[in-house]
Design a protein around this ligand. Structure first.
Ligand code: NAD
Ligand code: UDP
Length: 319
């Protein structure tokens, strides 16, 4: 297949490029580097099956070759207001990547008669009132709340994807990605794993926001990519949750990182870091992925963190 991946220089996009190239596909990467890093795909330059366009997905996309699949991953993704690459600080760009970018990618897929896969998110459930979150849950989202630029852009992107499927018969897929981590995350983008693992490796106290009672379930990147590739090759058009079900409080998560790294500096509770409606509970119901894709995560949190540490040490100059 000839596959276009938007957001190719990002954390998830670059891993998808690697996996799809290893399967023998031809991959065209597209990115404007707004939150990504050219180093994430530097090793692919010169690969006979890889080519790259520096382009903003919010603008009309012209690719001369006919595509077999379009995977739309381009979007700022960090909710941390303290980070310049968080979507709070890129509000219009985030809404345009989700809305105009999805429209352009769907148009491209339609013209190419290509399969289309949208990277959606657990954020479409907002601060969920149903737990764990099934795909049938419609969510609890404030359209003018502080996270709305991301949540509503992704919700619009899902609606537009289904509209292209229903009205134009585009062969679409929607993956709802839950918190995922691994090598090539941006150490400065302020998400939980990069912040806390970086602090632990530097021997600093870990910044836990609020009282750390809010929960998340963290999925290792290889498991996520496996689920996405299975979904791409499936016939499922409705959204599918992909994520790990191993739910824990952020305090437990921080303690686990300190224990694995052997960091004795402990934990600092930061009170007002997220006066932004931090979702209090998040865990995917992955029944649909199990039944339709035969997928479930295999990598434990301990293993995943161990696999991530060498990259972080290299970036921090500790290797
Ligand atoms: P990332 O920031 O590492 O990657 C996003 C990439 O998209 C970056 O390389 C960035 O430069 C690029 N990009 C952003 N706007 C663009 C634009 N207008 N034109 C071209 N390129 C643009 O983030 P990530 O974690 O790899 O996330 C990738 C996708 O997966 C996003 O759509 C995100 O919403 C989704 N997602 C990720 C997670 C997660 O836990 N990592 C969870 C849910 C959803
Ligand atoms: N968090 C934290 N300390 C940090 C960074 C994040 O306690 O240094 C918390 C944050 O408040 C949230 C959780 O970790 O409850 C996950 O945050 P992340 O930014 O990874 O993404 P989210 O799941 O909120 O989209």
């Amino acid at each position: 297949m000839r596959i276009l991946i938007t957001g190719a220089a990002g954390f998830l996009g670059s891993h998808l490029c690697d996996h799809l190239l290893a399967e023998g596909h031809e991959v065209i990467g597209l990115d404007n580097f707004i939150t990504g890093n050219p180093e994430n795909i530097a090793h692919l330059m010169g690969h006979e099956n890889f080519s790259f366009y520096k382009h903003d997905v919010s603008n009309y996309i012209f690719i001369p070759d006919k595509m077999d699949a379009v995977l739309h991953f381009a979007s700022p993704a960090s909710p941390n207001p303290q980070s310049p690459s968080g979507y709070f600080n890129l509000p219009i760009q985030t809404m345009k990547a989700g809305a105009l970018g999805t429209h352009n990618c769907l148009g491209l897929a339609r013209a190419s008669k290509a399969r289309f896969l949208l990277a959606s998110t657990s954020e479409i459930y907002g601060d969920p009132l149903v737990h764990p979150q099934k795909e049938t849950y419609a969510g609890n989202v404030d359209p003018v709340g502080p996270r709305a630029v991301y949540d509503e852009a992704k919700r619009f992107a899902e609606s537009l994807t289904m509209a292209y499927h229903r009205a134009h018969d585009v062969d679409t897929r929607i993956v709802r990605i839950f918190n995922t981590y691994g090598p090539r995350m941006d150490l400065e983008d302020g998400r939980a794993l990069p912040n806390l693992l970086k602090q632990a490796l530097l021997g600093q106290p870990l910044t836990v926001y609020g009282e750390g009672k809010q929960t998340r379930s963290f999925c290792y990147v290889d498991d996520l990519v496996d689920g996405i590739i299975r979904l791409l090759h499936s016939e499922e058009h409705l959204p599918v949750n992909i994520g790990n079900q191993d739910e824990m409080t952020i305090l437990q998560f921080a303690e686990t990182i300190n224990q694995i790294v052997g960091n004795k500096a402990g934990i600092t509770f930061v009170k007002d870091a997220r006066s932004i409606r931090d979702p209090q509970q998040r865990q995917p119901d992955i029944t649909r992925a199990r039944e339709i894709l035969g997928w479930e995560p295999k990598v434990s949190l301990g293993e995943g963190i161990q696999k991530t540490i060498p990259y972080f040490k290299q970036r921090l100059g500790l290797a």
